[in-house]
Design a protein around this ligand. Structure first.
Ligand SMILES: NC(=O)c1ccc[n+]([C@@H]2O[C@H](COP(=O)([O-])OP(=O)(O)OC[C@H]3O[C@@H](n4cnc5c(N)ncnc54)[C@H](OP(=O)(O)O)[C@@H]3O)[C@@H](O)[C@H]2O)c1
Length: 271
């Protein structure tokens, strides 16, 4: 408890999913939290839940593809709580597709929400963090930032950009007390995907097979990693891309292929 006592945190896209779990955990650990998103009702529900549990939080309605709204969100945090120590750039929405199936507008939108928003968040947050003696920026990337997958051209590209943006910020502002790290989650089941997973249990079965820890991730797995990077316990860690994927990306493809082959063979022969 209280690993983030006296700290103020802004978490973009925290009306649901990883952002929501992170907001709830940070508040539980003593941070004053700004919850953000465009679904006002859900955001207010997250805030109510945090307050009911004894924490401190406020909702800021804002679209992270709009520079003025990001600036206003950072201003809101400082005006409401007096300082800014932590920024988690987490928001995302959009459609993934291969080059020939993605419009230029969709590419631009994905880059705005996934990469430019992290640049703008840092741009407005860093001066406030420096005033307070330093801070921690955490950019949510993905295993897609390290490797590529079918039909994810813009997502893969933007998430790779997020990792190097994090390194650039770490290098440029480290001497002023700013740390910046990325987190690369594997597949994380959220309230948005829970229903779909129940309807398609085969995806859960294949994740149990593909992930060396025998399961996909849950939002709390990423929130816990973000908590470590936000807290002073990680004060010597910056510019790092922390892979939180249950071991998905440590495996050689030929090993995975033979494991899948073996399992299919066993199933077909009824073993
Ligand atoms: N879940 C996974 O398997 C997984 C794996 C690797 C990486 N990630 C990354 O983890 C992050 C969170 O993903 P998630 O699965 O938790 O997503 P999610 O449940 O769909 O939540 C996305 C959040 O972003 C907000 N958002 C979307 N567009 C926004 C905008 N323009 N302005 C402000 N907020 C916006 C949404 O709120 P509103 O709708 O209220 O605006 C929502 O709170 C993303 O960066 C994603 O790429 C997820």
């Amino acid at each position: 408890m209280n690993r983030l006592a006296n700290k103020v945190a802004v978490i973009t896209g925290s009306t649901s999913g990883i952002g929501r779990a992170t907001a709830e955990l940070f508040a539980k650990e003593g941070a004053q939290v700004v919850v953000n998103g465009r679904r006002r009702e859900l955001g207010e529900q997250v805030v109510e839940g945090i307050r009911a549990a004894g924490g401190t939080a406020s909702f800021f309605y804002g679209d992270v593809t709009k520079s003025d709204q990001i600036e206003a969100m950072i201003r809101f945090a400082v005006d409401t709580y007096g300082r800014l120590d932590i920024l988690v750039n987490n928001a995302w929405s959009g459609r993934s597709a291969a080059v020939l199936d993605l419009s230029e507008e969709e590419w631009d939108y994905l880059f705005a929400v996934l990469l430019k928003a992290s640049f703008l968040g840092a741009k407005y947050a860093i001066p406030e963090m420096i005033k307070g003696g330093g801070g921690s920026i955490i950019n949510i990337s993905s295993v897609h930032g390290l490797l590529s997958s079918h039909n994810y051209c813009a997502y893969d590209s933007a998430k790779a950009g997020v990792i190097n943006l994090s390194r650039s910020i770490a290098v440029d502002y480290g001497h002023q007390g700013i740390r910046c790290n990325a987190i690369c989650p594997g597949w994380i089941i959220t309230e948005q995907t829970e229903k779909w997973v129940k309807e398609h249990p085969e995806h859960l079965r294949s994740a149990e097979m593909l992930y060396p820890v025998g399961r996909p991730g849950y939002t709390i797995d990423i929130a816990q990693a973000a908590l470590f990077l936000a807290s002073d316990e990680s004060s010597f860690i910056t510019g790092h891309a922390l892979v939180v994927d249950g071991g998905l990306t440590i495996q050689l493809q030929d090993g995975v292929a033979s494991m899948v082959e073996r399992t299919v063979r066993q199933r077909l022969s009824g073993e």
